[in-house]
Design a protein around this ligand. Sequence first.
Ligand SMILES: Cc1cc2nc3c(=O)[nH]c(=O)nc-3n(C[C@H](O)[C@H](O)[C@H](O)COP(=O)(O)OP(=O)(O)OC[C@H]3O[C@@H](n4cnc5c(N)ncnc54)[C@H](O)[C@@H]3O)c2cc1C
Length: 349
Amino acid sequence: MIPFDYHNAQTVKEAAALIDHRSVQAIAGGTTLIDLMKLNVLTPASLVHVRDALPSGVSSDEQTLHIGAATTMAELADAEKGGRAFPVIRQSLILAASPQIRNMATIGGNLLQRTRSPYYRHPDMPIDGHAITNHGEDVDTAMLAVLGNSGRLVGMYPGDFAISAVAFDAQLELSNGETNRRVNAREFYQVPQQKEFQYSTKLKPNEVITGVIFPVSASLKNSYYFKIRDRSSYAFALASAAVGLDIQNGIIRRANVGIGGLGSIPWHSSAAEQALTGQAPTDDVFRAAAQAALASAQPPAGLEYKVTLAQRTLERALQTLRDDGPLDDDALWAMQHGRSDTQPTQRGA
Ligand SMILES: Cc1cc2nc3c(=O)[nH]c(=O)nc-3n(C[C@H](O)[C@H](O)[C@H](O)COP(=O)(O)OP(=O)(O)OC[C@H]3O[C@@H](n4cnc5c(N)ncnc54)[C@H](O)[C@@H]3O)c2cc1C
């Protein structure tokens, strides 16, 4: 790791005055940044610790859920007014990373995690500014994007919580210490432009994320996050779906759909939402919605299976939510550990 300066900011203004997100980077939990610095993929000259400067904690009323950017993944997942009230939020956090990482990692840092593609995580591989035109058989391609890739080889956005944020229309609060603004999560992430390997954001050089706001809705309360991964202890999503349904008198009045594990950015599917809204919640309707969600997929060679996998993941998520409703903690534990037989007494074993 290359030596760097370190500054512990006490206010957002102090932090924002220093940070440019290139040579001077924010550090919160450090669980992404330090990894990438050890790999010499990111080589900032200075780090500004932002955790003491940023708002922390979770609050909600009938209209909104507010999350401070310094809140850890674990705190949000367990908060009575946060993850405990809104299943998709709890599940997209608990099914991510490991308990140790969730205790360190902040929501602000979580939203800005980088692609896990080996093309990005190796200093000798082409990174931002260099398009990849082909890939060898010895490189794990599962972390390449299938949606939002313009037919190119670009990195997949790997996170889980951001899939819930885009599906449920969350706003990100950004601040430079003097001016605050809000950007919808669906607009915050920008698909890679020509020659870029991974997403960019609307964050300005002297801004930090200070919070996340979810509008509270019936579909956020009746929600589900379903994640398919290589191993159930912890792994990034091969495919995932964040879904919410507001069903009244047998008709879907409102649907929310996000797809994880496939997009170059956290993927919001308005096509799937349109296919669901105003329809009865039947298997045929769910299948049509899943096909609509993946219609624009352009899988690189070898990743064709991800299209089918994502369609089935979305269908299954919708079916489970319709048939069983939001998961309780026992069912969530079983899902987390890849078990259908829920045995809560064995949890501490
Ligand atoms: C082994 C492992 C497994 C993982 N598995 C998963 C998984 O399955 N699902 C998943 O979603 N994630 C997973 N993660 C990623 C993990 O969730 C992130 O590392 C974590 O959320 C990042 O938060 P942090 O506070 O540590 O960020 P940091 O590492 O401190 O920062 C990350 C980036 O965000 C910037 N930043 C941080 N805070 C702010 C802010 N407030 N404003 C502006 N910029 C900011 C930093 O400059 C940096 O570029 C995994 C990580 C590891 C190491």
